[in-house]
Structures are given as C-alpha cells and as structure tokens.
Design a binder for this molecule. Structure first.
Ligand SMILES: [Zn+2]
Ligand SMILES: [Zn+2]
Ligand SMILES: [Zn+2]
Ligand SMILES: [Zn+2]
Ligand SMILES: [Zn+2]
Length: 389
C-alpha cells in the first residue's frame, strides 16, 4: 500500500535532529532495529532523516498491521483526523457527531465484530410490543464510537468524540396481554409485524427521560439507560434496564421477563421459570437457548400454583467470560401496585485502541456453541462494578 503525504515545507527541516550528528554508518544499523512503521515515522520528521533512511525517497509498502500501527501514530500529528478501522485510512473527523453520522460505515470485513449487539432473538410468549425492536436498537455500541471517544481522551478533542456520544436513553410504554402463553413453538414468536403501532403520543418511543409521560396504570414501561465513564484510561459503561408495570400474578410478570429476556452480556440473560411461563409445554427450563440464562425462579415453587415471586433479590454477580458485573432486582410494590424489575450491568471496554483488544473481543464475541458448563462460570466478585461506582 502506498502512502502519500503532503508535508507543509515550513514545518519540515526547521532544525535537524540531534540524531543526524551521528555518522550514517552508525545511524542506519540503529534504525534497522526499529519496526518499519516507526522507521517511517522517524523519516517523516525531517528531510535529512528521510534521505538517510530511505535514499530512494520512497516509503516501503506496509502490511495491513503495519499500516494500522503507522497511521494510528500519524493521526496524532494531523488535527481533525482519525484513523478509521474500516478502511484503514486517515479520515476527517466530523466533530460532535457519532459514528452513525459520519460519512461512511463499515465496509470491510477485516474485523469480525465491529458492533456490540446483544439482540439475541427473543422467544416471545406474548405479542411483542410494537416498539420493542426499535427500543433494543439503542443497546448496540459501535466500536468506532468507543474508539473515537477514547481517541479524544488520549489525543485531544480534534481527534475524537466527546464522552456524551455514548449516553443513551430509550423508553416506551404499551399494554401487553400477559395472561396466557401465546407462543406456538419455542422457535416461533409473535413478531413485530403482527402487532400494531399503539396510537397517541403517550405510546411513542422516548429518547429523553424528561419528555416521557407518566405510565398509564395498566401499561408496562420498558426503559434503558447507558452511562459512559472513563476511569484510569479505560472505558466503562453502566447500563440500566427497567421493566415497570401493574401488579399482576407472578406468572404474568414471569412471562414478560422471559419474553424480553434482558441480556446481561453476550453470555447471560434473565429468564423466569419456564414452568410458570409456558405451563402447557414446560419441561424444567425447556427453552430454545437454554445455554445462556440466569434464572429467576421462586425458591419454593410448588406445582399446585403458588405464584409467589422469587425471594432473595437483589442478586448480583459477574460473568467470567467478559468481566461484566450485574445486579438484578425484582420488587412487588403493593403500595404503588406495581412490579419493578431492574437489571444493572457494568462493562469494561478497555482502552479501545483496536477491535482486537481483549476487552472488546471478549465483550462482543459469541461463545458460538452450546456451553453447558457456563452455569458454573459466574463469580460473585464484581470488580468492574466497583471501579465504575
Ligand atoms: Zn493533535
Ligand atoms: Zn473508513
Ligand atoms: Zn410460552
Ligand atoms: Zn417457553
Ligand atoms: Zn459475558
């Protein structure tokens, strides 16, 4: 790959570096120990060094990895630019506009997981609310947004985006019929297309908490908030997923939780006891994706139908695959006559210097296959949450 640069002549060769006082016979062997991207960076600091290091006056072709290293370094010296991981070029930064609003999107499949998206494909037991899938769109995080936020942190404001780009809020309310399980097979839910958009502005999707109307007495409100923080050079996300609605028998609430199956990370999600959710076809936890759940099960369940909600909440823990920490709380508030489920997760995304960073890879990567042993891979040590709070 050829790299073309236009250097401003006034900034070049103002002062030859001290290195040039060394004899060339010494300088060349020393420089040969440097990685190629560093040699090029060095040569670009002054014309004399360029002449010594690359007498032909042409820069060597770079491998993909070397090009990434070289351009990631070079971006520091060119204000208003960022290195783009999708096309491996320096591109012009549009200040204060998130990745979605930049001039191009991922078009090269070099990196496997450009987006963290834990929309796992829900197994609906009730008709899905109209706005649910749009609501879930707010959960996804593009690597380039996280990268550009950390670029600003490390390199200054002309090289990246402000932290608030990663703030999210989304909520909607809807009436959901929960009294029976209505799904016909574990693989076939009621899709969005079959449900109707509820009319009236009360039932829109809201992006600001201040704008949203009060919850109707018989409606359910789902809300999601994401708060980013940078601590010791690492990006952390706190995510708050809430389901609030009218007081109903526990099996109705269980049906809603299992249908939404709030995801903790790519490896875990919350499901209620299948015997309550689908009485007709229960087997213990007979679910399509039973490889990744955290059960919300009454501790003393009896088959005669004692529909008491689970005790011993809140509960929390940590995923050992991606260091996500979580807290689950479930309350039956008899005074306000409401159910309140809340899942809080804390994620560490590391310094986001490359989609190959171990933090990003473990967060977005799928386990791929069924891992029954995953049940034993939860820990009660919540290091990520402690740092975030
Ligand atoms: Zn700069
Ligand atoms: Zn690009
Ligand atoms: Zn069902
Ligand atoms: Zn089921
Ligand atoms: Zn995980």
């Amino acid at each position: 790959m050829d790299i073309q640069l236009t250097l401003n002549p006034s900034t070049v060769n103002r002062e030859c570096p001290f290195l040039l006082s060394l004899p060339v016979e010494l300088l060349l062997p020393i420089a040969s120990y440097l990685p190629i991207p560093t040699q090029i960076s060095l040569a670009l600091t002054c014309k004399c060094l360029m002449k010594v290091l690359f007498p032909e006056n042409t820069l060597p072709r770079l491998s993909k990895e070397d090009r990434i290293t070289f351009l990631s370094t070079l971006q520091k010296d060119i204000p208003g630019t960022y290195f783009c991981f999708c096309c491996h070029r320096l591109r012009r930064l549009i200040p204060d506009v998130d990745w979605n609003g930049h001039d191009h999107k991922w078009n090269i499949g070099y990196f496997k997981y450009p987006t963290w998206n834990i929309n796992s494909g829900n197994n609906w037991h009730v008709p899905a609310p109209y706005y649910f899938s749009s609501f879930k769109d707010y959960f996804s995080v593009d690597f380039m947004d996280a990268y550009l936020v950390m670029n600003q942190h490390f390199l200054g404001s002309s090289h990246g985006l402000p932290l608030h780009i990663l703030e999210r809020y989304a909520s909607f309310q809807d009436h959901i019929e929960l009294h029976n399980c209505q799904h016909s097979s574990p693989f076939q839910g009621v899709t969005k297309e079959e449900s109707q958009s509820p009319s009236g502005s009360d039932y829109r999707l809201y992006e600001r908490k201040d704008d949203e109307p009060d919850r109707k007495e018989t409606a359910w409100r789902l809300s999601f908030q994401m708060i980013p923080k940078i601590i010791h050079g690492k990006l952390y996300l706190g995510r708050f997923y809430t389901i609030v609605g009218p007081l109903m028998p526990w099996n109705c609430m269980a049906r809603l939780i299992s249908s939404c199956s709030p995801e903790i990370c790519n490896h875990w999600r919350c499901l209620a006891d299948a015997r309550l959710v689908c009485p007709a076809q229960h087997g213990p936890m007979a679910h399509a994706n039973s490889d990744s759940y955290i059960s919300i099960v009454p501790r003393l369940y009896n088959m005669e139908g004692d529909f008491e909600p689970p005790k011993n909440y809140p509960e929390g823990g940590s995923c050992l695959f991606c260091d996500t920490d979580y807290e689950i709380s479930l309350h039956q508030n008899k005074e306000n006559k409401e159910w309140r489920f809340r899942l809080i997760t804390y994620h560490c995304l590391g310094s986001c210097r490359s989609p190959k960073d171990k933090f990003w890879k473990s967060l977005v990567g799928n386990l791929g296959r069924r891992h029954d042993h995953i049940h034993f891979q939860l820990s009660t040590q919540c290091a990520t949450a402690r740092v975030w709070m």
